[in-house]
Design a protein around this ligand. Structure first.
Ligand code: SF4
Length: 341
């Protein structure tokens, strides 16, 4: 399959007052094939939101992209030009090529604006010559296509349910038909039926080629395992395993992926209550990460080499992982039952 997006060796840091930069995303390479939904998962603080933000070319201080290129929809962009004036440099790509739906966007809608004014603002911010009528036509067509009531355009945010508000901000973030939508925790504040409605809408939008790829960021692995074609698992600023969702879920090759999955995906239990189990130990401080494999202090499979030398990314077909244990055990699935004490 042709790739829609490929990020190469992306590193993004938070400049700390102490003068020491904290790398929140460390040398990440990631690819999204055309027409697919990629899930980005990991515990909170693993860098998934930062990676999504950098891929959307929105790096505002204290976040700086210090290295990396982004190939997207035929463009190649040097992301390390982001520091000085990201907003000017990459503006032409924003909205049309990549659109970011940030975490909590539905709560950020101004209470004094009607949804229709928001639609007009968003379209005009991108193209000053768009008329009000054209902007609203585009929005109503989109809503009809998605089988949503067009009367929501006349509402204020507080008049809409959480689920409807979230679907509206999602529609608005795709009004310019971006090649890629990056959605950060779009379902996490919603009840189960609103989650379902949002997911169905996203799938319908991909099907209709409104956008040609989605990066879906969430800690909610049960949701990701239902929706995505591919998964990328992040730990402490690094992508540690990527592949087809089916392969990762059924044949995890990295102990962290297996631990993450076994903490949430037990078919015999209510997956939602299992979130609280988590993985023993805590994610490391990104300012001072463990040597070698960053997961080694929490890993049940750790060997001597793990604490001294960082494992390189290996491939088995379409499935990539960075782990010394997996290197020594070709094609062997990590046994989930031993990932927890
Ligand atoms: Fe565990 Fe070593 Fe693999 Fe890291 S490299 S996940 S410590 S076995």
């Amino acid at each position: 399959t042709k790739s829609l997006m490929r990020a190469n060796n992306l590193t993004a840091v938070y400049a700390a007052d102490s003068g020491q930069d904290v790398p929140a995303v460390d040398n990440v390479t990631l690819e999204l094939p055309e027409g697919q939904i990629l899930g980005l998962a990991g515990e909170s603080g693993c860098g998934k939101t930062t990676l999504g933000t950098a891929l959307a070319m929105i790096a505002n201080p204290p976040l700086y992209v210090v290295a990396g290129t982004l190939e997207i929809d035929g463009n190649e962009i040097n992301l390390s030009t982001l520091p000085k004036n990201a907003n000017q440099v990459h503006r032409p790509y924003r909205g049309e090529t990549v659109s970011l739906l940030p975490q909590g966007a539905m709560n950020a809608i101004s209470p004094t604006l009607r949804i229709r004014d928001l639609v007009v603002d968003v379209m005009r911010a991108h193209n000053g010559s768009v008329t009000k009528a054209d902007a609203l036509d585009r929005a109503s067509d989109r809503l009809k296509m998605l089988e949503m009531p067009t009367r929501v355009l006349d509402s204020y945010a507080h008049q809409l349910s959480g689920g409807m508000k979230q679907r509206m901000v999602t529609v608005i973030s795709t009004l310019l038909n971006p090649a890629l939508l990056i959605a950060d925790e779009p379902t996490s504040a919603l009840d189960v039926s609103s989650q379902k409605a949002l997911i169905e809408m996203l799938l319908a939008m991909v099907e209709a080629k409104i956008m040609r790829g989605v990066i879906f960021i969430t800690h909610d692995l049960p949701v990701l395992s239902m929706v995505t074609d591919r998964l990328a698992i992040m730990y402490a600023g690094k992508v540690v395993e990527t592949g087809r969702t089916e392969d990762l879920v059924n044949n995890a090759r990295h102990p962290y992926t297996a631990a993450l999955l076994s903490s949430v995906l037990d078919p015999t239990e209510d997956t939602r209550t299992k979130h609280v189990l988590g993985i023993p130990g805590s994610p490391p401080n990104l300012g001072n990460p463990p040597s070698g494999c960053r997961f080694h202090p929490r890993c049940k499979f750790a060997m001597d080499v793990c604490s001294t030398t960082e494992p390189k990314m290996l491939s088995e077909g379409d499935h990539d992982f960075a782990c010394w244990w997996a290197k020594e055990h070709p094609r062997e699935t990590i046994p989930m039952e031993v990932t927890h004490a």
